[in-house]
Write a protein that binds this ligand. Structure first.
Ligand SMILES: Nc1ncnc2c1ncn2[C@@H]1O[C@H](COP(=O)(O)OP(=O)(O)OP(=O)(O)O)[C@@H](O)[C@H]1O
Length: 614
């Protein structure tokens, strides 16, 4: 039997801490198990290190493993490790006092607030050993240090004001903690509960965790291992485990670095983008670890939001296990991790675009929206992201694409800018009026099918010193010599009268009607007085009920038969001229991708048909 019971008071801060721990309803209190397992793993890590470097240790052949035993009848949970153990002095020092001044301050702040229910904070702060009192109303700890002449001690407390230390019976090296569970925590004396919690938080702890005789953590922490020692099958199995996936990943990136920050990362790009299939917004899927212990599952802050499709893990020794979500948000360390890993991943993608073009194409087809979202919003990585963008163009085949760098590489000698045009489809763009002048000059034009493309181009303005210019820009200036007016074109005087007349007919729908210098085959084109039509298209998309596209600039082709006939009809005071002018204008709006109220048009088209059929 043990003798010499010594009762000791907890340090003030610990009393405050325990008071909060005991009297609060903490929703994620199961993390106590993570804290205790990680203490046990730390103790064994220290033992291993001592064994390698220091003096002889007690029970040197004892296997390093963590045993957890549940007892549903006595409602106890016992956690045993074969780690470094504690001497009596260490017990007093480590478990009765808090040395760290930051922690002291934090606890003071918490108890000053008086809000004992504000426990999310404390849970995230990580209360280590004391978290045991979230679930237990009595904790008994048996421990024996690794030092050869050490004795065994029993520490016990109800977590209220004091604890006792008693000399214990002869134990083998390590620590055994018995948690006498509170009634509302009896669940933790059930094997299934304990197994579930361990799988969630401690799957990759580097020592075996054995629950009631059965090993629970069977998955290796691959990300810590050397790449050469891992097979493709192992990587794929690991991916399936952490991503809850059934197929294999499209890409994987495994890297470790020590500078500028210690980091081990294993990232996967899944085979499919579920957002594409209308599954709603993808949740982030990268878990944050510190030395293989889970800090935050599916962390929303460790990578930018536009990388939410990635699955995997990031592990940094530099992270404190107890980092709270609040501190994490503005932790310089997290910002650094985020930046380093994001840049590394973008560099990886850039490399894949050249080394594995087919696979990259598949990636681009499925995940391009995320890259674009990043290019639109993430100023920190915009440059790297824009480099990855791919577009169809007037020089590519359907389904093939070109990057901005490739585009520049094959620009015409006299060409000074990068040109792009927006439209819903390739056919739509190619049958429209905007390409005509570029075809004529032999300039390649990028096709942007999504409004976000135009937004990105508008936001970056230029790439590698070349301006990005929308082909429907109203003041488009292709720089070099204007083409002579065709001999077949209406004389300038007449065109002047005609444009004035059209302006009168269309009224406030146009700000200006003028002769075009860009048209070859089309009779007319609308341009935006704001620069490009994409702004108007976007406003229409956002405001679906509105058919009001705002006023446009209308340019007409003075050589086109239709325009010449329109002029003739106008001069003959044919009432049909007005109808024709309105239809020409609306046809041009449709070609610009603007949505027109179809009701008025149907009536007009019927009139036109009637007339055409005689
Ligand atoms: N199983 C154990 N074996 C040996 N020493 C332990 C064990 N559990 C706790 N200790 C000692 O008690 C100290 C306090 O533990 P506690 O969990 O409160 O804080 P920590 O482990 O230092 O930090 P944290 O858990 O917040 O990361 C530890 O630093 C360690 O020295």
């Amino acid at each position: 039997m043990s003798t010499g019971v010594e009762t000791k008071e907890f340090q003030t801060e610990i009393r405050q801490l325990l008071d909060i721990v005991i009297h609060s309803l903490y929703t994620e209190r199961e993390i106590f198990l993570r804290e205790l397992i990680s203490n046990a793993a730390d103790a064994m890590e220290k033992l291993r290190y001592t064994q390698l470097t220091g003096p002889e240790v007690k029970d040197k052949d004892l296997t390093l493993e963590i045993h957890i035993d549940t007892d549903d009848t006595t409602h106890t949970l016992t956690i045993t490790d074969t780690g470094i153990g504690m001497t009596k002095e260490e017990l007093v020092e480590n478990i009765g006092t808090i040395a760290h001044s930051g922690s002291k301050e934090f606890i003071k702040h918490l108890s000053a607030k008086g809000d004992q229910k504000d426990l999310n904070l404390i849970g995230q702060f990580g209360v280590g050993f004391y978290s045991a009192f979230m679930v237990a109303d009595k904790v008994t700890l048996y421990t024996r240090s690794y030092q050869m002449e050490s004795q065994s001690f029993v520490w016990e407390s109800d977590g209220v004001g004091s604890y006792t230390i008693t000399e214990g019976e002869d134990l083998s090296r390590g620590t055994k903690m018995v948690l006498h569970l509170k009634e509302d925590a009896y669940d933790f004396a059930k094997e299934e509960t304990v197994q579930r919690v361990i799988k969630q938080y401690s799957s990759f702890v580097p020592y075996p965790i054995i629950v009631n005789g059965q090993k629970v953590n069977t998955v290796d922490a691959l990300w810590i291992k050397n790449k050469n020692e891992i097979t493709d099958e192992e990587y794929n199995e690991f991916y399936k485990f952490i991503a809850n996936a059934h197929d294999e990943p499209l890409f994987r990136l495994h890297f470790s670095s020590d500078a500028p920050i210690n980091i081990n990362t294993l990232l996967f790009v899944p085979k499919e983008n579920l957002e594409q299939f209308g599954f709603g917004r993808t949740e982030p899927g990268v878990n944050l670890y510190c030395k293989k212990v889970l800090i935050q599952e599916k962390s929303p802050i460790v990578l930018p939001e536009w990388l939410r499709f990635l699955r995997g893990v990031m592990d940094s020794e530099e992270l404190p296990l107890n980092i709270s979500r609040e501190t994490m948000q503005d932790s310089a360390l997290i910002t650094k991790l985020n930046k380093v890993v994001t840049s590394r991943f973008l560099k990886f993608l850039d490399g894949q675009a050249t080394s594995e073009p087919e696979k990259y194409k598949e990636f681009w087809e499925k995940f391009n929206f995320f890259i674009k979202e990043g290019a639109a919003n993430d100023f920190t990585h915009r440059k790297e992201l824009v480099k990855l963008l791919q577009f169809e163009s007037s020089n590519t085949l359907p389904g093939e694409s070109v990057s901005l760098a490739n585009y520049i590489g094959r620009m015409k000698e006299d060409q000074t800018a990068i040109y792009y045009v927006n439209g819903p489809t390739r056919e739509g763009i190619e049958s429209g009026p905007y390409l005509e002048v570029f075809r004529d000059k032999g300039y390649e034009v990028i096709y942007t099918y999504a409004a976000i493309d135009d937004y990105i181009f508008g936001a970056i303005g230029e790439y590698e010193g070349k301006k990005l210019i929308s082909a429907d820009q109203s003041d488009l200036d292709l720089g070099n010599e204007q083409k002579d007016r065709s001999e077949l074109a209406l004389p300038e005087e007449e065109i002047k009268d005609l444009t004035e007349w059209i302006k009168e007919v269309l009224g406030s729908k146009v700000t200006e009607v003028r002769e075009s210098k860009r048209l070859v085959d089309s009779p007319a084109v609308v341009l935006s007085p704001y620069g490009t039509n994409s702004m108007q298209r976007m406003m229409q998309l956002m405001n679906k009920d509105s058919n009001d596209v705002g006023p446009s600039v209308l340019e007409i082709n003075a050589s086109h038969q239709m325009i010449k006939r329109l002029d003739k009809a106008r001069k003959n005071e044919d009432t049909f001229a007005k109808i024709a002018a309105e239809q020409i204008f609306e046809n041009a709006q449709i070609a610009a991708g603007l949505i027109i109220d179809p009701r008025g048009m149907v009536k007009r088209l019927n009139e036109i048909l009637e007339r055409a059929l005689g």
